[in-house]
Design a binder for this molecule. Sequence first.
Ligand code: 2AM
Ligand code: CA
Length: 266
Amino acid sequence: MRLNSPQINLIIKACTKASRSLIRDFGEIENLQVSSKGPGDFVTSADRRTEKILVEELLKAQPQYGIITEESGVINKSNTNNRWIIDPIDGTMNFMNGVPQFAISIGYEEDNQIKCGVIFNPILNELFCAEKGNGAYLNNTRIRVSNKKKIKDSLIVTGGPKGSSKIKKKIFSEYISVSNNVANVRKFGSAALDMAYVACGRFDGYWQRELNYWDIAAGMIILKEAGGFVDFFEEDNNLPLKKNILATNSNIHEALKELINKKVIE
Ligand code: 2AM
Ligand code: CA
């Protein structure tokens, strides 16, 4: 692999360390699913344990860097020039159900620009990574987005709405519009892996509303470095960490955007 910034090496080292306990925890899930208590509390502690290892490793190497994480919020608030953006388990619902479609996702930001990122599925041992200007990789192989040109032939992935969403109708309307005009739509349950899969050409495009920045920070750089196009829609300036994202192989970008904007349910 030709990626060699200190930050990407640090992220990979932290992910490798954290993944050991994550793999062990995932192995426990099967037992817990059949127990009367269920896996809920256990998953929360697996999430926290993973995050703790990641934060410890990254702070040990760069004590002054800022950190934004799903579980602990912001650490070292004053440093906004160098920040790690961490999601310890993206795809928690899959993890909880024993489905091996989840990942550790970590992005590194310098002066508000993402410089590098890693998405690691420890169960399939697939590590997606990218560094600005140096391309994107899956394990040691360079990856690129698909070359699909026609929206009607495209395989699109999406996520949501979550149970508590107040805009379910809008999301279902988008789903109908898209699924009527593409080859098929998938819903895999991990925003980070959805983006990584577009980056390596498994899917041609992805859209999702109501995400958090840590769900997609690493995916953004991996997709861009793989030749994809990342865009946001209906941004809310009061909620800078909340995102509605559209990410594609770039050929089908405008066509997918049009489908999302078409109102089929009022
Ligand atoms: P998570 O697994 O880290 O919660 C599922 O559609 C994708 O949306 C996952 O990447 C999931 O991240 C993300 N997501 C963010 N907030 C969510 C929520 N409240 N409920 C379900 N998924 C959520
Ligand atoms: Ca997430």
